[in-house]
Design a protein around this ligand. Structure first.
Ligand code: HEC
Ligand code: HEC
Length: 159
């Protein structure tokens, strides 16, 4: 009888989510395999929590005109990914993107987190674009953005 209750107890403990950490932004477990395959082939698969649901539907509606590229998908995959992104999107209005299609690197949240990064550094040859997270965050692909993981020495020295 006791043993039968154990799995229930374990499930209850796991359901208590850890406090949100600003330096953790993983792609949620249970992402459809097409997410990494389709949205991680040209750039890192961006965590859905970086834009609002409305932003994601605007991104997904115009994959043929995707920031100067064509990222079109078949209808079934597109709907599957749009659902996944919307379900895991940010509710916080500070995460709202800017532009058409919206850029997550233009959100108020992103700008505030990166206020120490100078304009010229975004265009540095080692970086090229603010969307190139892994250029500075050595463990971005694993969803980790800790200060000590910053790979550009001039940025690391500042804190
Ligand atoms: C054919 C290549 C390609 C594919 C496939 C692709 N993208 Fe992109 N994506 C780009 C390019 C190029 C940019 C612009 C990068 C830049 O300007 O820094 C971009 C930028 C973005 C941005 C804006 C980043 C910023 O600057 O804030 C988002 C969001 C995004 N992509 C989401 C997606 C999603 C979701 C998928 C899958 C449905 C996807 N991408 C698939 C090429 C692609
Ligand atoms: C030019 C280098 C650079 C690029 C590119 C960059 N970042 Fe950052 N990022 C930083 C620096 C520097 C900080 C501040 C680190 C600190 O204060 O400890 C930071 C902070 C962060 C933080 C906050 C961590 C915390 O503890 O609060 C997150 C999350 C983050 N970046 C995500 C991203 C994402 C996602 C991308 C790509 C879309 C990106 N960054 C692109 C340099 C960069």
């Amino acid at each position: 009888m006791r043993a039968a209750l154990l799995p229930l107890f374990a499930a209850a403990v796991l359901a208590i989510s850890p406090p949100a950490r600003a330096d953790r932004l993983p792609v949620p477990a249970g992402a459809p395999p097409s997410f990494n395959a389709e949205c991680g082939s040209c750039h890192m698969a961006f965590p859905p929590a970086l834009l609002t649901a409305g932003d994601w539907s605007r991104v997904m509606a115009r994959l043929d005109k995707h920031y100067g590229d064509n990222a079109s998908l078949d209808g079934k995959t597109r709907r599957e990914l749009e659902d996944f992104l919307a379900r895991n999107a940010a509710a916080d209005p500070r995460m709202a993107g800017q532009g058409d299609p919206p850029r997550l690197t233009a959100s108020a949240w992103f700008q505030r987190k990166h206020r120490k990064v100078s304009e010229s550094l975004w265009r540095d040859a080692r970086v090229n674009s603010a969307s190139n997270c892994s250029a500075c965050h050595s463990r971005a692909e694993q969803g980790s953005y800790r200060g000590r993981e910053i790979s550009l020495p001039e940025l690391r020295e500042k804190h």
